[in-house]
Ligand binder design. Sequence first.
Ligand code: TTP
Ligand code: MG
Length: 406
Amino acid sequence: MARRIIHIDLDAFFVSVEQREKPELKGKPVVVGGNPKGRGVVASASYEARAFGLHAGMPLITASRLCPQAIFIEGSFPKYREASQKFMAVLADFSPFLEPMGLDEAYLDATGFESIHGSIRQMALKIKKRIKEELGLSASVGIAGSKVVAKVASELSKPDGLLEVAMGEEASFLAPLAIERLPGVGKKTGHKLNALGITTIGKLAITPLTALKSHFGASGEVLHRLASGIDNSGVEPPAPAKQVSRETTFAKDTRDRALLKATLRYLGERVGADLREEGKQARVVTLKLRYADFTTITRRQTLNQPFDSDQAIFDTGAKLLNKALAGEKRAFRLIGIGVSGLLEGGKQLDILDAQARRQEQLNRAIDRIRNKYGFTAIQTGRTLKLKDLFPETGEGYKLQTPSLSR
Ligand code: TTP
Ligand code: MG
């Protein structure tokens, strides 16, 4: 049976969540990302803001120069996560074959679902309607015989669109489109293709495979296939997380060791809370540091025992930090900490290890209180210094990169 794949992506997701709460923001150039004088980048821009050339990833400084009248909002990740979970729950009502991609985007396999809804188009309209009614958000949908074509179609239909590519029409649908529209063609590949005179997806599809292979190696074959709309990859349920991490950029580059440590402690506690919420334990701690000149280093350590306590995460992270700081005179721009080597948690803990057991009980007690009263309801000695530096939000400290860097 010919496959029918739906790709769905929410329009200006972070901004739309903000507009839903503050209707006076509707129809205006709005940017979520942070203080326009700060050092962050645009996370999401309303379509009105995009008319001024604003887009995700653009430094906020540039955005405020191009569109001084734009309204800049810091954003709050927990709110977006909640909206995302509701979005995915609506989709799961329509097909058990669901592959979430990030927060606001998913593929659904709708093969054979015509009989339930009349047509796949009708099914897509029902999905859009429920998302509008229950979440107050608008979504764009592409329908096609493969994931790659469905994604191109939904993007082309934005905002609030619906575009169906009929069976057998995949290649001719893609042909006139600019090469940058093809998923997987990044900036670098795009430049290279353009330099070769391959400016449209159609031109890519008729370029001899041998020529593409000589320029792009093995990925030349993938490009060639995708350009013809051929993508046999299935709609797969998400793989379990391989790591949990948090990082933040400082408002000003810093050499202040106490601040570095306090921030590390706070980020480590957030990582620990996530790890425990997922019922996992980890084996590896990774510290990430970025210098003022953007050079980035990572340092990792594998522990003998699987762990999920804040103490283990911080102690290991702090050890790695001390080593990295030895003899170091340069200032830092960013710090992050993560854990990997995840296993299903619970039973591995050595029950004879009284100290580990105490730590576990302590962590669970802290998690319970924090879930109830907010993350900063309990503060450890090390993070107290953060109070003077970052405003609190009830959810946690407002870091420079408001936990968008999950
Ligand atoms: P996107 O779906 O790429 O963007 P969008 O929903 O804002 O706009 P569009 O209508 O084009 O789909 O990403 C979803 C959310 O992910 C976005 O609202 C904010 C976040 N995000 C970032 O934080 N940083 C980024 O660089 C990008 C691209 C997205
Ligand atoms: Mg989106």
